[in-house]
Structures are given as C-alpha cells and as structure tokens.
Design a protein around this ligand. Structure first.
Ligand SMILES: [Zn+2]
Length: 530
C-alpha cells in the first residue's frame, strides 16, 4: 500500500494510490454501488467508463448478502476487479439512527469479504446538532479509531480514518489532529448532506481546509458525499484525493441531468449540451419517452460520463498549472461556488505555502478573485519579508504597467534607462513598475516567474486597483528612498497610485515628483539626478 504524489497545483495533486487490487490514479471518483439497486453494473463501470475504483456499503452487504459476499469475496460478488472501498454503515447510522452492528463486527466483516479499502464504524456528526453532541461524535470516533489496531487481523487492507466535527471547526481540527496520529492509509471527511443539498460550499471550504491543516498532507483525503461534478474543481483544489458519488444514480432516478456547472431537469432540456456516447446518439425528447428503467440508466450513464470528463479536465489543469483558472471558471457557474471561492481568500496564505513555486504556464488574471491566488500572495509576502532594494538606490522611479514583458523592454522605458545611464547615476535610481495583480515589480526581478508570465483583463476592477495602490504605498513605507518619481499614471488607475505615493511619501518625509509624458521627462529625470 502506498500513495505517491506525481504532480501538484494549488493543494490539488495527481497521485498514485496502490492497494492490493492495483494502482488507481487520484483524484479518483468512486461511484457508489448499491448492492440492491445497480443502475450501472460494476462490470460496465470498468469496461465502458475505464473506472478503476468504486465504493459500496459493507453494512448493507452484511445485512442482505452476507453469505454470497463471504463465500465469493467482494470482487467476485460485485463482478468488479479494480479497487473496492467499503463504507461501514455510518451513513445509515446518520440517516436511520441506530444500526445493528458493532465496530468490531464491521471490521471483521470487511476483512472477511476481502475489501481493498475499509472504513471503521465512525459516528457521523451531521449538521443541525448541539456542540456537546458533536464533541461526542468526535471523541467516540477517535476511540473506535484507536481500537482498530486491536480488532484487525490483516495488514493488506487500507483503512480509512474519518474526521468528524461538522461545522464546528475547532472540533474538526481536534478530530483531524488525533486521527492524524493514527496509522490510517486514507483519511476521510464527512460532508453532511445539508452542505451538499443546500450548497453550503463556503462551509465546506472551511471544513476541508481545517481538516487539511491538521492532517498529514502526505496521505490521501477522501471527501464523503461529494458527488456532483460542478464542485470537483473546488474540492480537488483544496486537496481532496478521493470522493464518492451516489448522485449520478440518485439524480438519474429523478430525471435530473448533470452538467459541469449544475443540474437540469430532463423535461427542461431541448438539447443535450454534451458529447458523451449517450447524448451523441439521442436527444431529450426521445429519452423522455423511454420507459423509466431505460431512461434512468441512460441518464445515470450520462451523469457518470460528465463526472469522469470533468475529472480528466481537472487533472489536465493540474499538469498545466491552470487549476486556479479552472476553479474560477467553475465558480462562475453557480453563485454558491463563487461564494466558496471568496471564502478561500481567508486561507490564501496557507494555500500559497502548499502550492508549487513554478509552473509550466503563465497565469491569467480575470478579476479581483485572483488576488487570493498563490502567485499573488507569494509576491506580496516576498516583497514584504525578503526583499530589499539595491543599497545605493536613493530614487525610486515608478513606471506604469506595460503589455510588453519584462516591462523594461518597452521602447520608451529603454530610452529612459539610456538617458539615466548618461548621468552616470544609474546606481542611484531604482526602476520599478507597478502592475496588477502583483503590486511593485523591481526591474531586477521582472523576469522571475510569474512576473513576466501573466495576462490581465483590462480595465481593472476597483478592488484590483485598490490592492495594487496599497502594495505601492506599503512598499514606499517599508523602504528608505529619498525621492519617489512617478511617471503620471494612466486613467485606468483612477488616481489611486498617485494618492498612495503621496500619502506614503508624506509619512516617510520623502520627496515626491510626478513626471508628465508630454514633457521631455527622460531629460527631467536626469536633471533631477544631476
Ligand atoms: Zn452526455
């Protein structure tokens, strides 16, 4: 059993998880197979969808199919030879209260049917419950997790350690810390059905981030109940490696058609916005006329195609270093996802620490949402904590952002540099640009990734302008130039850069001059220098 991370972007990763039934690539969606109602057969999952892992319920199997599953083993019983994970019945406990099994029984049963990934009988927290109850679910789950070592008899099965706590983040943190000390091969976070049904994705961001910050990052995290493709980008970006979907089948039963940005009712569709094998061959009107069972099967198949397609898209985004762009794209598919992405800002520093430093592609900056992305946060932190200007620099010359990158390659900026060099005081002048979304970019850093590898949408939104102006002001305040010279700012900056410079210069008691384009300003700079 092993987990190896092969590629990363944000906190998302492509990994290889090996169990006794082989290797699966993460992020991995495990379709839920209900042994009583199989809308799509496990064998078809393997053959038609290339699906290498599924999840089923050990509790239901122990109640209804105990003999068959024990005799044949789980893989033959389901006719699926990839990786099988079993849930323990905890979900049934949450929904129907009180189930007829014990923690020990369910551990033994999962070993007996030869599952690959097994789950202890945890106590799910749920949502609308009192804090003392939440504490009880956390403590009891930890107790049972500790007892696993005494109960299990095999070492070739991967065990899942569920993290509880619901919306009480202090208890999620405690649960994650305690579970993280135990030798589980996979950790899991229970996402209460209310979170999913009411689209409380901002709450989900907080739960996942709290769990991740307190768990060993080298081990995979499973998110229970995250089955809709429109949230996959978000949960993968936060570092979830496995998730399960019963939704593909449950939605199909209610004639609901999944898309990457939401759900449609079959009878509301005139066209199928999809090119999967199901949608390519038929249209909504025809599908609607089919008998219930057939319709349900086709819709379930389409739903699965959308899920797997979205996962491939996300994995490709990870390899290209464009997961943030993918995240923003999906966030604009539904307001609740946009709200969740806004919530991520709260964790932007942690996200930055965990994100790769260089990437294969430049970054696209669309709106102020991008201010939370790791590259922007990293530049801000480095300028604040690690950067100091060249020692001889007395004058800061601030030039507006250019489309040309690096900025000093712009013809008119080259001319300034030549003019300054003529004065023999080039060492005294520090040439920087101010640029969205980063703030100050010193000339000597301008070719460092990603300071010349980005594209922005213009005109900038006001949050972005304000942010850049703040960075400019902060930079002047934390450095010791004697003079600040600002080439007159273009209207797109709304006077905010000038105002920030003026305020900061006043505080620092530094000389402030605005150079105007029409004046022979290159000459003026040299006259100030001389
Ligand atoms: Zn389709």
């Amino acid at each position: 059993m092993s987990f190896e991370i092969v590629d990363r972007d944000l906190m998302g990763r492509i990994g290889r998880f090996e169990s006794k039934s082989g290797v699966v690539e993460t992020p991995q969606l495990m379709p839920v197979i209900n042994p009583n109602v199989q809308t799509v057969l496990p064998k078809a999952l393997e053959e038609d969808f290339g699906c290498r892992a599924l999840i089923t319920n050990a509790y239901i199997i122990s109640k209804k199919h105990k003999e068959a599953a024990s005799e044949k083993g789980l893989h033959n019983f389901l006719d699926f030879h990839g990786t099988i994970m079993t849930d323990s019945g905890a979900y049934q406990l949450l929904i129907y209260k009180g189930i007829e099994t014990t923690p020990e029984e369910i551990v033994r049963f999962q070993e007996m049917i030869d599952t690959d990934i097994a789950t202890i009988l945890d106590i799910p927290t749920g949502w609308a419950v009192t804090k003392p109850y939440v504490r009880k679910t956390v403590d009891e789950t930890i107790k049972r997790a500790k007892e696993l070592a005494m109960m299990k008899t095999r070492d070739d099965i991967a065990w899942v350690g569920p993290v509880q706590g619901g919306r009480h983040l202090d208890l999620v943190a405690k649960s994650a810390r305690e579970m993280g000390k135990l030798p589980f091969q996979i950790y899991a976070l229970g996402s209460p059905t209310q979170v999913m049904e009411q689209y409380k994705f901002d709450a989900l961001v907080e739960m996942i981030m709290t769990a991740k910050m307190n768990l060993p990052l080298g081990r995979p995290l499973h998110l229970f109940g995250a089955g809709h493709p429109f949230m996959f980008s978000l949960v993968v970006a936060l570092g979830c490696d496995f998730f399960d979907s019963a939704a593909y089948a449950l939605f199909a039963r209610e004639d609901r058609y999944m898309t990457v940005s939401g759900t449609a009712k079959l009878n509301e569709l005139k066209y199928f916005p999809c090119s999967c094998p199901v949608c390519s061959k038929t249209d909504p009107e025809e599908v609607e006329k089919l008998p219930k069972v057939e319709r349900e099967k086709l819709l379930a198949e389409h739903n699965l195609h959308v899920c797997f397609g979205e996962l491939r898209r996300i994995k490709q985004a990870i390899t290209e270093g464009r997961l943030w762009e993918q995240l923003e794209k999906r966030a604009h598919g539904h307001p609740s996802l946009l709200q969740a992405l806004k919530k991520l800002k709260k964790y932007s520093e942690y996200l930055e620490q965990q994100s790769p430093v260089t990437k294969r592609s430049g970054i696209f900056y669309f709106t102020s949402l991008g201010l939370a992305r790791p590259e922007v946060v990293r530049h801000r932190k480095r300028m604040l904590n690690r950067y100091s200007p060249p020692t001889k620099a007395k004058i800061l010359l601030l030039l507006p952002q250019t489309q040309t990158k690096p900025f000093q390659n712009l013809k008119k900026y080259r001319e300034i540099l030549i003019e300054i060099k003529r004065t023999n005081k080039i060492d005294n002048v520090h040439v920087c640009t101010y640029a969205a979304p980063f703030g100050i970019i010193p000339r000597e850093l301008s070719e460092v990734y990603p300071l010349s590898q980005y594209e922005i949408a213009s005109p900038l939104d006001s949050e972005t302008v304000t942010y850049v102006a703040e960075q400019v002001g902060n930079y002047i305040e934390q450095t010791n130039y004697e003079k600040i010279m600002l080439l007159r700012e273009p209207p797109v900056w709304r006077g905010k850069i000038t105002a920030a410079c003026r305020r900061a210069c006043k505080k620092k008691n530094a000389f402030f001059a605005i150079l105007r384009e029409r004046e022979p300003w290159a000459k003026k700079i040299s006259s100030i220098l001389l």
